[in-house]
Design a protein around this ligand. Structure first.
Ligand code: KDO
Length: 336
């Protein structure tokens, strides 16, 4: 008995000594390495899928043999939108989470689910890398048990229709079954655009368009190319309605178990991945319209003022705006 008590006291003391030295208490381990499981619905050919290879290569270089980075694409490990819960439970270490995922637990974050708020990728980086990002990310760490590390430009979302039609204003989307990801924040965006939003997971969109379950979908153009939605649609309506962002996030469990040196390396790997995605996506967006025209799609520009006014009014009058901290929209607008 004495022996057991003494042993556990010793083990406790050793644990305390490790913590005092800033060493990890307990890591998810894989053959002695720190396990970093990644899950994303992204298709392999999209930039925010390829960026995870940049992340892995960066860590292999800065910390050879220290991390076991496992990349799971196409939502094969966790369903789209369930990643934050999996991370909080300790079943997943990393993923890229959206403002829509965050808004479920940090309601004020819904300001970034609103159309026509973020102006462009540079504005997005300034907002999230400045005081606004710092304040809001603190609530994410506390309420979601995950820590955003860097901001990924997912692209500017556009409407993509199965059959071409004349779309000048939101009224022209009346009755159009527009596929949106399956959460109320997404469905509200579809409604604000004037359409009839229909929830569907990303992995089911191609077939939904092909069979006519939905009349259209919205996504940034590089994703329309990478997921081959152009094969089953006839028109792109350049609404520019959401300058979309996702955030590379690590679970608090994994983060707290890392040494300070490991945290620094993981953070720079996330930044390298973000830079890779952002540079390539911005470059591709600037020239991608020609690709779709060659594929035979009609590319049209609607009355952007009409879309902006309708969407902004829908949000201002919504339940969402009621929880936005006073002055936040002005602060976002004034970030230059
Ligand atoms: C989508 O389902 O339309 C969406 O673009 C939503 C994003 O938040 C993100 O989940 C993305 O899909 C996936 O990463 C696939 O590109």
């Amino acid at each position: 008995m004495k022996q057991i008590v003494r042993r556990s006291l010793l083990a406790g003391a050793a644990g305390l000594a490790l913590l005092a030295a800033g060493l990890p208490a307990a890591h998810a381990q894989s053959a002695g390495k720190v396990l970093l499981r990644i899950s994303t619905p992204a298709v392999p050919d999209d930039w925010h899928a390829k960026m995870w290879t940049v992340f892995k290569e960066s860590l292999d270089k800065s910390a050879p043999g220290e991390f076991d980075v496992q990349i799971n694409l196409n939502a094969t490990l966790f369903k789209q939108g369930t990643e934050p819960a999996a991370m909080a439970r300790g079943n997943l270490e990393l993923s890229s989470i959206s403002a829509f995922d965050i808004a479920k637990l940090v309601p004020e974050f819904s300001v970034f689910t609103a159309g026509y708020i973020i102006r462009d990728p540079a504005h997005q980086q300034k907002v999230f890398n400045g005081p606004i990002g710092e304040e809001l990310f603190k609530s994410v760490v506390d309420k979601m048990e995950v820590r955003p590390l860097s901001t990924i430009y997912l692209g500017t979302r556009q409407v993509n229709l199965r059959e071409a039609r004349n779309v000048r204003t939101p009224a022209d989307l009346k009755g159009v079954k527009l596929r949106m990801p399956g959460s109320k924040e997404w469905l509200f965006l579809g409604e604000a655009l004037g359409a009839t939003p229909t929830p569907l997971a990303f992995g089911e969109v191609y077939l939904g368009l092909k069979t006519g379950t939905v009349d259209g979908q919205d996504n940034p153009l590089p994703t329309v190319r990478a997921a081959k939605f152009y094969e089953v649609t006839k028109q792109l309506v350049l609404t520019n309605h959401l300058v979309d962002g996702i955030f590379i996030a690590v679970s608090n469990k994994a983060w707290n178990a890392m040494t300070p040196a490991q945290r620094t390396k993981v953070t720079s790997a996330a930044n390298a991945a973000a830079q890779y995605n952002n540079d390539n996506r911005i470059k591709e967006e600037a020239q991608i319209v020609d690709f779709f025209k060659k594929e035979g799609l009609q590319v049209t520009t609607p009355d952007l003022d009409a879309f902006r006014k309708a969407v902004q009014a829908a949000y201002q009058n919504s339940e969402y705006a009621k929880v936005w901290p006073k002055g936040l929209v002005d602060r976002i607008n004034n970030t230059r």
